[in-house]
Design a protein around this ligand. Structure first.
Ligand code: FAD
Ligand code: NAG
Ligand code: NAG
Ligand code: NAG
Ligand code: NAG
Ligand code: NAG
Length: 536
């Protein structure tokens, strides 16, 4: 298709009937769906209940954290994989009418599984069939539907041009739907900002089933959906992106250091240098536990990695000037095209670009089950602090853990904090991602790992941002606060986690929510609350 349809049909939803008379809300819901859908023959092909043989495989298809795939994990009553906007409209209408919650799933990478788990009876709308990507090379724009994963977007761009790109993440199975709703950083963000800084239009279905574009939704709502977090304002169907230019050749390196090779001193130094590098360089350091079970001991490695929008010679001389301690040499560098750099940073070796279209691909970078958290750093952490971090990673109780530092600066410093809901701009040296992983069989021990990472997070508190201790919404973490259970969400309670993710942008998000979904239909543990909500 050329670009998403704006079928502005005045599909007016009738007022809610609060009574449902039959026994099972879920039978009523199914009946409602087939009555409501103007195309009932096709909607039955995309409705899965636990009695359908493919229910489990559809549910599990994009569960990306097996911590939320246990026997005790609450399951949806029904999964709908809509083929048309009318299927989505019917699902929203019938869920409201029968008091069921909706969880929208695009790529299923939510760190806390919120796109497919809920403690109240719920329906999953899985956008797997909404994934067209339409690239317009002449105008350097693309329309991408929310169910497309980043790899599909990148592949379709590269198919048309090797010097156009889009600034987003390297894990190619992440869904554009969830990723864009939370901001989205990646290899190009010091040069071009976040993904949302490059989104120019969108198509959304609201709680009343209206299909809105930027013009009809207005600038407040368009602002809110670009970083205010998924699952609060409606269902975003598609996004219009401005593509960015990249050179035909880019250069990457990964240099690893052990403790004996002065890793801690180098990381300490990196904190002063990385955020001031030219914006054409992406720079990160990660501390990984390495499985060396031969001698029963675990090693920690520090990996310094970069992507540079240019050639090896320029990169090496720049690094020798700015960060001579790292000792970067030509042999450490690999030149490639931008699209190949996605595979390189995804640690995908010996695969053709078609792997980007494989939605079932399991990234070697993530464990089957995991728990993650984030921080922002405004002042360099002293060496002694880094030593403490290192020794905690060496502790025996965790097998696989990673702590990543991602340099900020560049364009991120120039975009005002209020330009989008994502507030972590100037003044940040870097962001931290903490993650601890384990095998699925070990889910029974998950509390042990989770408590380990909570202790690490508490150890880090004196070194990172304070009041609020900022966090990244796309690294969703329910530990930092959740909405009140029960029939309403207290603004005070939500602002605890809300200010960490959004700082003062939280208030504007609440105003937008109050305007677009005053009854709080689209909600979850960390959804934006409306100012006054009385909905059950
Ligand atoms: C391996 C891995 C690598 C990652 N790398 C990066 C990275 O480099 N940069 C980065 O910024 N983030 C990264 N993330 C985080 C990622 O951006 C978020 O987890 C993101 O929310 C995932 O989007 P999704 O569509 O896959 O997830 P989903 O689980 O489908 O959705 C996430 C949230 O958004 C809601 N949502 C989904 N689709 C829609 C929609 N169409 N309309 C409205 N709400 C919707 C869901 O209900 C849920 O609340 C990574 C995550 C993982 C697991
Ligand atoms: C699931 O089962 C119901 C009832 O048998 C059927 O109507 C529906 O078409 C099935 N769904 C799919 C996707 O096959
Ligand atoms: C169903 O409604 C959609 C818009 O909601 C419209 O595009 C489509 O033509 C309708 N189909 C039928 C069979 O009436
Ligand atoms: C570590 O290696 C051992 C032996 O090779 C293996 O049994 C174990 O599963 C590995 N652990 C991880 C986390 O890879
Ligand atoms: C990739 O392929 C090359 C040659 O085909 C081979 O030498 C190399 O070992 C392979 N690497 C991996 C990680 O499989
Ligand atoms: C919300 O719950 C409280 C106590 O459980 C109850 O008194 C109140 O009437 C409820 N409000 C609505 C709108 O259901």
């Amino acid at each position: 298709m050329k670009s998403p349809h704006f079928s502005m049909l005045p599909l007016v939803f009738a007022a809610l009937f609060s009574l449902s008379w039959a026994t099972s809300p879920h039978d009523d819901f199914l009946r409602c769906l087939s009555l409501r859908s103007n195309d009932s023959s096709s909607i039955s092909k995309v409705i899965y209940t636990p009695i359908n043989s493919s229910y489990s495989s559809v549910l599990e298809s994009t569960i990306r954290n097996l911590r939320f795939s246990t026997r005790d994990t609450p399951k949806p009553l029904v999964i709908v994989t809509p083929l048309s906007t009318s299927h989505i409209q019917a699902t929203i209408y019938c869920s409201r009418r029968h008091g069921l919650q909706i969880r929208t799933r695009s790529g299923g990478h939510d760190f806390e599984g919120l796109s497919y788990v809920s403690k109240v009876p719920f329906i999953v709308i899985d956008l797997v069939n909404f994934r067209s990507v339409d690239v317009d090379v002449e105008n350097k724009v693309a329309w991408v539907q929310s169910g497309a994963v980043l790899g599909e977007l990148y592949y379709r761009i590269a198919e048309r041009s090797r010097t156009l790109a889009f600034p987003a993440g390297t894990c190619h199975t992440v869904g554009t739907g969830g990723y864009f709703t939370g901001g989205g950083y990646g290899l190009l963000f010091r040069k071009y900002g976040l993904a949302v800084d490059n989104i120019v239009d969108a198509q959304l279905i609201d709680v009343n089933g209206r299909i809105l574009d930027r013009k009809s939704m207005g600038e407040d709502l368009f602002w809110a959906i670009r970083g205010g977090g998924g699952g609060s304002f409606g269902i975003v169907l598609a996004w219009k992106l401005n593509l960015v230019s990249v050179p035909a050749t880019v250069t990457a390196f990964t240099v690893t250091k052990t403790l004996e090779q002065n890793a801690i001193k180098l990381i300490h130094r990196w904190q002063y240098i990385a955020h001031e590098l030219p914006d054409g360089i992406y720079s990160a350091v990660s501390l990984n536990t390495v499985n060396s079970s031969q001698d029963g001991k675990k090693t920690i490695l520090a990996s310094f990695s970069s992507l540079f929008l240019g050639g090896t010679d320029e990169l090496v001389s720049l690094m020798q000037e700015r960060f001579p301690e790292l000792g970067l040499v030509k042999e450490d560098c690999i030149e490639m095209s931008w699209i190949e750099s996605i595979l390189y940073f995804g640690q995908i070796q010996n695969e053709s670009l078609e792997i980007l279209l494989d939605r079932t691909f399991r990234s070697p970078l993530t464990s089957p089950s995991y728990k993650a958290k984030s921080d922002y750093v405004k002042e360099p952490i002293p060496e002694i602090g880094l030593r403490g971090l290192w020794s905690r990673l060496s502790e025996a109780e965790v097998e696989y853990a990673i702590v990543g530092f991602f340099a900020y600066g560049g364009t991120m410093d120039e975009i005002p904090e209020t330009a989008t809901p994502f507030p972590h701009r100037a003044g940040n040296l870097y962001k931290i991602l903490y993650s601890v992983g384990w095998q699925e069989e070990d889910n029974i021990n998950s509390e042990r790992y989770i408590s380990w990472i909570r202790t690490l997070y508490s150890y880090m508190s004196s070194f990172v941002s304070k009041s609020p201790r900022e966090a990244y919404i796309n690294y969703r973490d329910l530990d930092i606060g959740t909405n009140k259970k029960g029939n309403y969400t207290s603004y005070a309670q939500a602002s605890v986690w809300g200010r960490k993710y959004f700082k003062n942008n939280f208030d504007r998000l609440v105003r937008v929510k109050t305007m677009i979904d005053p009854d709080n239909f689209f909600r979850h543990e960390q959804s934006i609350p409306p100012l006054i909500s009385s909905r059950k």
